[in-house]
Write a protein that binds this ligand. Structure first.
Ligand code: GLU
Length: 306
């Protein structure tokens, strides 16, 4: 079976490929300015990595060009600087790496795991489960969406906070899109390729991405990439019961308030108090006290945030 094969992307491997025990990351999409919800992810992923003597990397996920919000990338990077959340390697930008994702699609094509799909949104209608209409049509790849084949089997993983999570991709979703008809590389593919190439071992992110994880595990299995550890954090909600997001007009963080915001973020994660100081010092204290058992094991945090 495919899964026992060596990684298909040997040519893309990092030099030496000496995988470390813990490499974490923060992977914001510049679809809006940094808000309190994304700060929770940045702080938790940083503290979790540092508390385990790991590395912490930053990757800007900017493949979905139409959704990029002007100025948000600068705001996110400016905030990371103000919070003194310094990554252990140069920040990478996915828009510079499109050729890599194309190579991986070719590799999946070579093993018969992807196909071109000519179905339009209109043809698919409200049906969220793709029936595999184009699976055996052998359509040419140019100007078509590219889908990856899934199987009728349960994929499960043990989340560090959310417990066992499972999905049958065939029954719940169907073959899913890796590249859109307009040429845009889907998040699912880019995230899996870059987590692998950056040597990521631990993913800490918001629980809104919990349901994406089985797709990513499936892709990683097809490509022979190692399995990752996942921790999906409870989400900060606004007073309307919605998760903080640009669409819900979540407030852009003010970098000048970094110490106060950092204290609030650690409080929201139910971590022991830290004294107001320079963010660097506060982070050192937060790392020394970091305890994931204290983070609520649920999808939504209690209380309201802006
Ligand atoms: N770029 C994604 C987001 O901002 C996060 C991806 C991830 O952490 O896997 O929602």
């Amino acid at each position: 079976m495919l899964f026992n094969n060596p990684p298909l992307t040997l040519a893309l491997q990092k030099e030496g490929d000496n995988r470390m025990a813990y490499v974490g990351r923060f992977a914001p999409s510049p679809t809006g300015p940094l808000h309190f919800g994304s700060l929770l992810t940045a702080v938790a992923s940083y503290c979790d990595a540092k508390a385990q003597q790991g590395q912490w990397l930053v990757r800007v996920e900017d493949t979905d060009i139409p959704r990029i919000y002007p100025g948000s990338e600068q705001h996110i990077l400016q905030c990371l600087e103000a919070f003194q959340l310094y990554p252990d390697a140069e920040i990478i930008f996915q828009k510079d790496r499109l050729a890599l994702y194309e190579t991986v699609i070719e590799q999946l094509h070579a093993i018969g795991q992807v196909y071109a799909c000519a179905c339009t949104r209109k043809m698919l209608g409200s049906n969220h489960i793709y029936a595999g209409t184009c699976r055996d049509l052998g359509l040419a790849f140019e100007h078509q969406a590219i889908r990856v084949k899934v199987q009728d089997q349960r994929i499960c993983f043990q989340d560090r906070l959310q417990g066992l999570h499972c999905c049958n991709l065939k029954q719940d979703l169907g073959d899913f899109v890796l590249k859109r008809r307009d040429g845009i590389i889907n998040y699912q593919l880019a995230v899996v390729v870059d987590d692998y190439l950056q040597g990521i071992t631990h993913v800490v992110r918001g629980a809104d991405l919990l349901d994406n994880t089985e797709r990513q595990i499936w892709l990683a299995q097809l490509l022979g990439y190692p399995t990752l550890s996942y921790m999906h954090l409870p989400l900060a909600m606004n007073d309307q019961g919605q998760k903080l997001s640009k669409q819900n007009l979540a407030k852009a963080l003010d970098p000048k308030q970094a110490p106060e915001l950092l204290q609030q973020a650690l409080h929201a994660l139910h971590q022991p108090e830290v004294d107001i100081d320079r963010p660097e010092i506060m982070l050192q204290q937060a790392v020394a006290q970091w305890n994931t058992d204290l983070i609520p094991h649920c999808i939504e945090l209690e209380g309201h945030y802006l």
